[in-house]
Design a protein around this ligand. Structure first.
Ligand SMILES: Cc1cc2nc3c(=O)[nH]c(=O)nc-3n(C[C@H](O)[C@H](O)[C@H](O)COP(=O)(O)O)c2cc1C
Length: 397
């Protein structure tokens, strides 16, 4: 089996952007540089996650700077009318030669309410199912309208005027829909709708267990999904270097930062003092924190090369979540990715900070050790050039 590697393309960037001191001003020019880097190194695509800039606008603005890179654009159903999004997607695909993917995000109730979308948790998934069905029909050129519980679209008439026509779908099967959802309703929605089911990472066996349940649910309705995960990455030539770097990130934070991170992850009715973890590694780290000791980087390794240290997406001391990282030599990480693959994972959305420098490391060290399913031949990095010279290369737009 081969894998797809995607790179994160969202602000903020910086060497450790979860702290103000390590955060850069990630303006439009900087996003262009990240896009050019990911494209030219041969990543399959880039995740445009929710951030300070609107994902659709950022993705469209980066089309002219890229040739092959696909844009996995986070989109909450309901932000834009489905027929409008369909016309947008046709336009995006016409201009980019079919490089649009959507990440179907269903967010949280409060966040969506602030965007004017008011559905309860379960309703939101029913709405989402209708929304994306209507979207896909319109994208594929079906003008007959849509009569749903939440969405009603009148038939679209095209007069003889060339201005009344839509440009048409570039991706003949529709825009691939990626997305997540762990609750029962979220899984049902995913298996009915998605092409690629995503989850934040866990250890390979636990992630495999989750995916296997989703796969079984999909099989019941005769569907087959692909599976993908999201991981931070610290890859270096040697294992020691990688862990030293992880330690240098941990050295940037203090005991209080770690305790606050634990408190954010506590289940309801538990306190920092009362919580007990059945995972001995987590329990040992909690005991150290309670004694005023910040554990070492290696202490947050919950499985070989799987790390729950600080990240832009959280410091998940109690349970792996959005910030889970792979740490190790290229050989270590290739082995771990192959282990995830053995559990059915075929897409890896990676990020390391700063995004440009770490993208080079991944392409230089890791790409050659994996079989990649990117649909094009990978550009060859010069075998004789060191990573430092690569990082100092001038990038020409
Ligand atoms: C890989 C990945 C990327 C995500 N990106 C976003 C995002 O950009 N914006 C957002 O609001 N939610 C994002 N989410 C969150 C999901 O949409 C969803 O809210 C979350 O997965 C729900 O939690 P659950 O998986 O426990 O059901 C992402 C989730 C995953 C797994």
């Amino acid at each position: 089996m081969a894998v797809k590697l995607l790179w994160y393309l969202t602000s903020p960037d910086g060497p450790y952007p979860w702290l103000e001191s390590g955060r850069w001003d990630t303006d439009y020019e900087h996003l262009q540089q990240i896009a050019i880097t990911a494209d030219r190194l041969g990543f399959y695509g880039s995740l445009m996650g929710t951030s300070e800039y609107e994902t659709l606008a950022v993705a469209a603005s980066l089309i002219p700077f890229t040739e092959r890179l696909k844009f996995l654009v986070a989109q909450h159903p309901g932000e834009v009318q489905p027929a409008v999004l369909a016309k947008y997607a046709q336009t995006f695909d016409a201009f980019s030669k079919g490089r649009l993917l959507f990440n179907v995000v269903n967010g949280n109730d409060k966040g969506l309410a602030a965007l004017g979308i008011h559905y309860t948790h379960d309703e939101r998934y029913d709405f989402s199912k209708e929304y994306w069905t209507a979207f896909q029909q319109n994208y594929l050129g079906d003008r007959s309208g849509f009569e749903g519980e939440f969405i009603q679209i009148a038939p679209r008439l095209e007069s003889g005027s060339p201005m009344s026509k839509w440009s048409g779908p570039t991706q003949k099967q529709g825009v691939p829909l990626w997305g997540a959802g762990t609750s029962a309703k979220g899984v049902q929605h995913s298996v009915e709708l998605l092409d690629v089911y995503l989850s934040f990472a866990n250890t390979p066996p636990l992630l495999g267990e989750k995916f296997s349940k989703v796969s079984d649910e999909a099989a019941i309705i005769g569907r087959t999904l692909e599976f993908g995960t999201r991981l931070q990455i610290i890859v270096r030539e040697t294992e020691e270097e990688a862990w030293q770097y992880a330690q240098s990130l941990l050295d940037k934070i203090d005991l209080n930062y770690a305790i606050e991170a634990v408190k954010r992850q506590l289940p309801p009715n538990e306190t920092f003092e009362s919580y007990h973890s059945s995972n001995p590694i987590v329990q040992r780290n909690l005991t150290l924190l309670r004694h005023g000791v910040l554990p070492r980087a290696k202490d947050f390794e919950i499985y070989p090369n799987v790390w729950t240290g600080p990240s832009l997406f959280g410091f998940d001391i109690l349970n792996p979540a959005a910030g889970t990282a792979l740490v190790g030599s290229a050989e270590n990480i290739a082995e771990r990715i192959k282990e995830y693959e053995s559990y059915g994972v075929s897409a890896f959305i990676l990020s390391g900070f700063p995004l440009i420098g770490e993208a080079y490391r991944v392409a230089d060290l890791l790409f050659p050790l994996l079989e990649l399913d990117h649909g094009f031949e990978l550009p060859k990095l010069n075998k004789n050039s060191s990573i430092d010279s690569l990082l100092n290369q001038e990038i020409v737009v």
